[in-house]
Every structure is written in C-alpha cells, then in structure tokens.
Design a protein around this ligand. Structure first.
Ligand SMILES: Cc1cc2nc3c(=O)[nH]c(=O)nc-3n(C[C@H](O)[C@H](O)[C@H](O)COP(=O)(O)OP(=O)(O)OC[C@H]3O[C@@H](n4cnc5c(N)ncnc54)[C@H](O)[C@@H]3O)c2cc1C
Length: 429
C-alpha cells in the first residue's frame, strides 16, 4: 500500500526531555426543551451561530453562552462525531513552550483543570493527571518474548514487551488526559442546560453577508433554513478546507490518523500513563510498511480501564460525510500488532478491541491554528487548524473567541498570532 507515512506522535512535540424556520434536513434536537432562565431576554442578546460540533465549536458555544450570548450550535452530523470523539485526549502544560501556541496551550491546560472541578471531570469524562514516558520498542522476531518485564521501576507493570530506554517526559503536574467525546458532550450538556445553547443538526452551506457594509447576518443550511445571526463562528475542523468562504483565503487539509481502543481483561491493572513510542519493526520479519523502519505511536490509558493506541497517519482527501470515515485495515493491523508487542495484556485472547477507527487532524500550511475574524466578512470568525493539539487547546480557543466577540478583545490569550489576516498579507507580498 503506497502511502506517505507521517509519525503522529512526532507531531506532538515532546518537552526537552438561533433558529426560526425548519426544513426536512435541519432538525433542532433541543427544540422541545423548556426555556431555561438564561434564555430570557434573548432578543437583547447577541445572537451567535457556532458552526461545527467538534471540541472547538462546543467550547466556543459554551464560553459565548456563559458570557451572555444567545448561541445556536449547528452540526451537520452528530456532536463529536469526528476527531473530537476519536482523539487520544492527551493534555500537556509545557510541551508547546517553544511554539506559537505556547500561551494557548498553557491557558488551555489550566482551563481543563478548572473545568474538571466545575463539571466533575474525573467522573463525567475521565479527567486525570498522568505520568508520561517515552519508550523505544524494538520488535523481536519472536514477539512473544518479554525482555523487560519489571526491569525498570518507571515502567508500569502492564508494559511487559521488549522495551528499551524508558524515560519520564511528563508528570501528573504537567500531563493529563480527558476522554474527548465525553468531555465534549459533558460541556455541551452544561451549555444547553445552564446557558440555553440551542443545538441544530444541519449542514451549513454558506454564510449570509449584508450587501451594504459586508457584515454577516445569517447562516444558510442545506434545505434552505436560514438562521439569523449577529455573528458567526466557523469551527469546521478539516472541513474548513471544503468551505469556499475559508478556502478562498487559506488552505486547511486533513491528515488521516488511525486508532484502536483495547480493553484488557484486567482493566483495573491499567495505570494512568501515556507512552510515546519509537517502534522499530523486526528485521526480516513482516515489515509494518515496506519503506518503514521506525513508527512513532502514542499509547494513552483511558480512565475506564481501556488503552487507546494511535498512529499511522497520511494526508488524504476528507470525505464529505464524517460518518463515512473508517480505518484502513493495514493500519489497524499495525496498531494491533504494536499493542500486543508492548503489552501481553493487550493481545488477542487477553483483551477485547472495542474500537477500530480513523479521523482527520485539521492542519494548516504554517502549522499554526487559525482563530479570528475573517477579512472582508465583519462578524464572521473562524477557529480551525488545531492539528494534534485540538483537545488540549479547545477550552482556551473557545474562551478567547468568546471574549473577542463579546468584549471586543481577548485577554486570556493574545489571538493576534492566530489571525487569518496573515494569509491575506502573505498573498499581497
Ligand atoms: C488519531 C488522533 C489523535 C489525537 N489525539 C489528540 C490528543 O491526544 N490531544 C489533543 O489535544 N488533540 C488530539 N488530536 C487532535 C484533535 O482531535 C483535533 O485537533 C480536534 O478534535 C479538532 O477539533 P475541531 O472541532 O476543530 O474538528 P472536528 O472534531 O473535526 O469537528 C468538526 C465538526 O464540524 C462539523 N462540520 C463540518 N462541516 C460542517 C458544515 N458544513 N455544517 C455543520 N457542521 C459541519 C463536522 O461534522 C464535525 O463534527 C488527535 C487527532 C487524531 C486524528
């Protein structure tokens, strides 16, 4: 199988060490909910349509509604159906310190902590601090041989494969994890129940802009439904590249990555660890891919006694329908093989594979997220391009955008570095 392999875990840079009319295609799933006190005086509130029900859209809807906006979240398929429901949920405080997203990441890591206190994260979405290790695994030709069981005190007991050079690269103070789908859904429930966010299932086709003044006034959904809005936020993840209003200014492309979720019989023995692996396939044995001598992968344990293994990524066309995204069988086989090599508890007969899946990282040409008002479309904002750090950076992205829309400037994070105007400037140059 010819494919360009990207190492997903190498993307994670490690530390040095409203709605009016309805149509057949657009259905409000919360229209029968009784109005909450927060829905009073909606006519005097700023009406914001947030398009896209991934973590970025949901966080933005939550913080906007908390700041008093009348928010409608519009999602074409189902909430967290894409990367925001299939990611690893790994969070790190300081791993992006040398990068443009440094302040975003630090603010977001801390927001995750306070949101966990507010939403009972440990119970509702598996929030927990982690110890994070980097490991080298050299697959032996007889993969059943366990060479390092118990050989290093920093290795968790369930990791009994041919491990070399284990090193601690993150502590419970600096690394953590959330179950991404449960986090996104818990936050949305809070936004709906406490702050009156309305959720509409429908595909956003275009943003309506006033002829005079160039200010947005609505979003138009497939089937013709018009949602009148004072402001619009486009949080379409990798589908941003298919939305003409955005693709005419910058490129957002999708990097397809695979993951499996494995539940060992002895789930309770799975400790709160994340493992970043450099994996060398056996020489002379069946290669993972003909051209591949090293695969980098992320293992992260989920609080509910499961282990999530991801890797095997390549740039591919993003299908229009998120529900049609499935894993390539060869890549899934590789992940299973790696899982059983690393831990005998994750092999066939010892564990059940609960999910075999794939999803798309939303990537930009300069590897920096795009967050801010769209040039030439007053009142229309974009938030996308979070690549492998969208679960980490969702809360601060949402909180900063809410400040920008309601207060006129963002104080939690300086958003100027992320502005889409950078692409317009570059084009002029
Ligand atoms: C395998 C894998 C592992 C990852 N692990 C981690 C991790 O451990 N930590 C971390 O921080 N990040 C991780 N990420 C990255 C993270 O998952 C993404 O950055 C993040 O989920 C992007 O969120 P989003 O809301 O921008 O996009 P998405 O989750 O893709 O959501 C976009 C939503 O927009 C909807 N939509 C699209 N077009 C329309 C339209 N026209 N109208 C209405 N709705 C529309 C889609 O249906 C979708 O629900 C991982 C990603 C992958 C692929």
């Amino acid at each position: 199988m010819a494919m360009t392999l990207h190492s997903l875990s190498s993307l994670f840079r490690r530390p040095n060490p409203n709605s009016s009319k309805t149509s057949k295609t657009a259905t409000s799933i919360h229209s029968s909910a009784p109005p909450s006190p927060h829905m009073e005086n909606t006519q005097s509130k700023k009406r914001v349509a947030v398009c896209g029900g991934g973590i970025i859209g949901v966080c933005t809807a939550y913080f906007l509604a908390k700041k008093g906006a009348a928010v409608t979240l519009i999602e074409k398929s189902s909430v967290a159906c894409a990367a925001s429901g299939k990611a690893g949920g790994f969070l790190a405080l300081d791993w992006c310190d040398d990068e443009a997203i440094s302040s975003l990441a630090r603010a977001s890591f801390n927001l995750h902590r306070s949101l966990s206190d507010e939403l009972n994260g440990p119970e509702n979405y598996g929030y927990r601090p982690l110890t994070t290790l980097s490991l080298t695994v050299t697959e032996s030709q007889t993969t059943s041989t366990s060479t390092n069981a118990g050989s290093s005190s920093i290795l968790p007991s369930w990791v009994d494969g041919p491990i070399k050079s284990p090193r601690t690269i993150g502590s419970p103070e600096t690394t953590a994890q959330v179950h991404p789908k449960l986090f996104t859904k818990t936050l949305l429930n809070k936004a709906v129940n406490d702050y009156g966010v309305e959720v509409v299932i429908g595909k956003v086709e275009r943003v309506g802009v006033e002829v005079e003044g160039g200010k947005v006034d609505s979003v138009v959904l497939e089937g013709g439904r018009v949602n009148e809005s004072d402001s619009v936020v486009l949080a379409l993840g990798p589908w941003s590249g298919k939305f003409e209003m955005l693709s005419s200014i910058f490129r957002v492309y999708g990097l397809k990555a695979h993951s499996i979720v494995v539940e060992p019989k002895e789930g309770a023995s799975i400790t709160p660890h994340a493992l970043f692996l450099s994996y060398f396939p056996a020489r002379g044995g069946k290669a993972l891919y003909p051209e591949c001598i090293l695969v980098q992968l992320l293992f992260v344990t989920l609080a509910i006694g499961e282990v999530y293994v991801c890797g095997m990524s390549s740039e591919q066309e993003v299908p229009d329908n998120p529900e049609e995204i499935s894993g390539d069988p060869d890549s899934i086989q590789v992940l299973k093989r790696v899982a059983r090599t690393v831990s005998s508890h994750l092999g066939e007969g010892e564990a059940q594979v609960k999910a075999e899946q794939a999803c798309f990282l939303p990537c930009t040409d300069d590897s920096i997220p795009i967050i801010g008002e769209i040039p030439g479309a007053k009142g229309c904002y974009v938030a996308t391009g979070h690549s492998c750090w969208g679960i980490l950076n969702g809360p601060a992205t949402g909180a900063a955008l809410a400040e920008l829309l309601i207060d006129g400037h963002a104080s939690i994070v300086d958003l100027s570095r992320f502005s889409p105007t950078r692409f317009v400037r570059r084009r002029k140059v």
